[in-house]
Design a protein around this ligand. Sequence first.
Ligand code: HDE
Length: 698
Amino acid sequence: MAKIISGDEPNAKIKQIDAARVPHGGGALTTDQGAPIANDQEVQRAGERGPALIQDFVFREKLTHFDHERIPERIVHARGTGAHGVFTSYGDAGELTKAAFLNAKGKQTPVFVRFSTVAGFRGSPDTVRDVRGFAVKFYTEEGNYDIVGNNMPVFFVQDAIKFPDLIHALKPEPNNEIPQAQSAHDTFWDFVASNHECAHNMMWLMSDRAIPRSYRMMDGFGIHTFKFVNAKGEYKFVKLHWKSLQGVQSLIWDETQKIAGKDPDFNRRDLWEAIENGNYPEWELGVQVLDPKDEFKFDFDILDCTKLWPEELIPIKPLGRMTLNRNVTNFFAETEQVAFCPANLVPGIELSNDPMLQGRLFSYLDTQLSRLGGPNFHELPINRSVAAVDNNQRDGMHRMSVDEGTTAYFRNALQHGQPHPVGKGSGLGDNESAVKGAVTRDRANSFLDFYTQPSMFYNSMCDWEKGHIVDAFRFELGKCKNMNVRQGAVDLLAKIDGTLAREVAAGCGAKTDAKAGYRASTAVSPALSMAGRTPCPKGAKVAVLLADGFDKKCVDSVCAELSAVGACPKVVAPCQGYVEAKSGGGMDAADTFATASSVTFDAVFVPCGCANALGKIYAVREFLSEAYRHCKPVAACGDARTLLAAAFKAVVSTDDKPCEDRGALTLGNCDGIAPFAKRFAAMMSENRHYERDQANLL
Ligand code: HDE
């Protein structure tokens, strides 16, 4: 059956992609037919100042190709970015599943991942409030296996037939195609208010999970219930989880909006740079496992994709680790043409009857037919399986393979019955399961509780998370022009949490008689809070603000500590080029106050020696006050403390002992630079200073 790429599994996909690479720039320019071109800069014309000739095939071929360079963007998840990597199995899942890629310790399988936003068009900014797609393709020895998930564990609607309605409501409104990449508009909230099953995903969408600091710093979820089947044919229900080993961190809402202008490619660039710098992001794949005998044990239906399985009830068993270690060579060929499908499974992993999952099985193949132009997209290098493909499918648009032989049918005698089905128990999805009940469009009663889990989610948030959720609702509903829409959304909140409904209503002009303290559920799931998930310092971007005259010893000492934890200090100065230190020597400035802004950094440091020069630049004050407002670590020593004082209020050090006030780290006398530098570097692996949210900043 499958061809095993022995001893070289992690590189199998890379080899395939490399085989398809075409180096360019080798010499003569040719037509697509390989004929040399004399001149492709001037159209052939009748006389130097005369009309163009239709016989100019060189011109027509060039323009025809150009006119067709784009393929339809994805209807949803159009904006995304991808990377290659490898999945390493922990090898102890044999009791659960016969899937070969999980069956040996250390076994490596190549993967391709595409992260995305949902609502925006292909050119939309990365940092919008949205669900993030987290789609992984495993190129296993038994064929491609795709986990096409999101960065939130639940979905908006329960039934696939409602998906077009949800997306029509979320996308820009059809009369004027406004707004781009935003849920903050009337039709989306009208849909939410009219379809209470959205409540749970809507709570996640209003939380900080919807504005991740980086694709590296978010978790992923398979969302649906699947089945793992072992070699004995026994099955268990499972939910899939990707836990980020970079920790989990989010941006601040004001910051996301500014980044959308300053660097619309923020998340794409972050992932690209991390991989280029050898700072390979990793996630641990895990499963929650449920015995079929416990299917009806809970107060939610395990087939309902608007519900999660609290980790405290069903713990996550780790299965392996994914490392992203190679950027794409060509965005179009790899990231744009990759085609995921939840039906791409391997023996040992099967579907459940989740009505959303069932509908997805149809949609993905269907969408590729128009997006990738025919039934042969599986032959594109990025989609091609590393396991041998052999079947009786033939021909169609853009067929790459030159299929040999005369038999394209089964059963046959001419080819000795080959290729042949492998038989019961060895192939895909052939585990038997019972079906009962009448054909119906009725929804099960067990799907009809819309409020308990959203309430548990809200109960599980810490104070700053709750504050951000209230602010998000106020913003989103505040952007809705129709008062009935705002009121409808607040009425929905009143069924979840009375205090939340009252706070949101007060901010958006709606009314509520919800009782403060009312909660649809008193349950708490601590695993849902991000408060305990601190970021990994690797790749943290630190702005070092300099001008001529700075103290190099301070900068060297701080930069050394930052580099030691894997953070990336970057000099920002009034002009690009060399900045001279007071005691001789200097540093190169990569950015200026015109090209850089605090929102694209994780922290800021200003050394002593250049406060006079920097104090004259308005952008420096803005840089510091904004970093402070966005709750980032801000550090200054010596005379630079005056710059901090001009930007925000903080208690500062007056001697050689570092002083820390809500993430503002200062040092009066630079003799104490060593502990100061160490402490600043340690701050890169802490949560942001959300206590400043409520603080009087200026
Ligand atoms: Fe998708 N979805 N989806 N979806 N989805 C697509 O497929 C669709 C759903 C998800 O990076 C499209 O190839 C329907 C749930 C991700 O290429 C399209 C329904 C979840 C990606 C499509 C759903 C997802 C897609 C667009 C309801 C979370 C990006 C182009 C039945 C578990 C994959 C394409 C990538 C992409 C349809 C529901 C996640 C149009 C009809 C639930 C991460 O086929």
